[in-house]
Design a protein around this ligand. Sequence first.
Ligand code: 2P0
Length: 340
Amino acid sequence: MSIFGLPLSVTARAGTNIALVKYWGKRDATLNLPATGSLSLTLANFGSETTVRFAPDAESPDGGDRITLDGTPAPPPFAERVSRFLDLIRHDARVGLPAEVATHNSVPTAAGLASSAAGFAALALAAARAAGMNLAPSELSALARRGSGSAARSIFGGFVEMAAGTQRNGSDACAQELLPAGAWDVRLVVAIASDGPKAIASSEAMELTAKTSPYYAGWVQAVPQDLVAARAAVLAQDLAGLGRVAERSAMRMHACAMAADPPILYWNAATLAAMDTVRRLRSAGTQAFFTIDAGPHVKVLCATRDAVLVEPALAATPGVLRTLVLAPGPGAEVVREERR
Ligand code: 2P0
């Protein structure tokens, strides 16, 4: 934004992240405040790039923001969610202009690989800068959280911890970096277990779980100990310690969701087979540990040198469609700024 001259167009990039201590449930849906903290790994080369420009000529034919996703007009639910998020920035920055938003994803949208984490992190950074706001990283993280809880973590690189916060306005419900991307030589090997969209969107599934699962209170109560153990394991670069917490956190999150009414089950046969592959690898002496998000895919944490064993074992697992080997990556960053 500029009062003088041409509007500022800002392009930002963010990587997706995978939680090792899961976020599943909110304490406030309006401010999107999580019920618990979470801990994640931000990934390289697997995310979103978004360009934002607030300007009078950015208005779409129907009078709203002009929003594209991978070069074509964004589907209405996506565009509405983005516009609602931009309204927060317009309010805070006192900008009364429509925005032009062009998002490109290198994460398959809505496949349980967290495209919203990278998407809202990149959008928060690009839109805040384009609106002339100068936010500290923690403020940017709290802003990204309003778009999607997991996006708060993608503002930072490497291993990241998200705090549940205690303030009613959510100002302390933000993430911080625990260990930068280059500090620990690990990989996440992803076993893609289906090509379809997820069975139920995570926001909706979390709400249903919180309302109907008898295990929800136990889940919320158990997360803080997992965070203490996972944080210590990250700082000590203790793979077995971190892996043990990650598997337990994922199993508890899914157990809690499975006990909702109606039940939420994200797994398929390939998910179970891949979990079995990880256990067999471990029995044979390879340190590998799984986590599973709101979808059937299995993500396996291992040392970089062991990815050459883990990847073929997952690729040969019945029902696994393909595999990806992902490295830790940086936090959200501005890649281009121009006046046009
Ligand atoms: C996580 N997930 O910690 C958990 C584990 C999925 C499974 O955060 O409602 O898309 O937008 O705040 O961030 C996915 O939830 O939910 C997620 P909203 P979000 O990664």
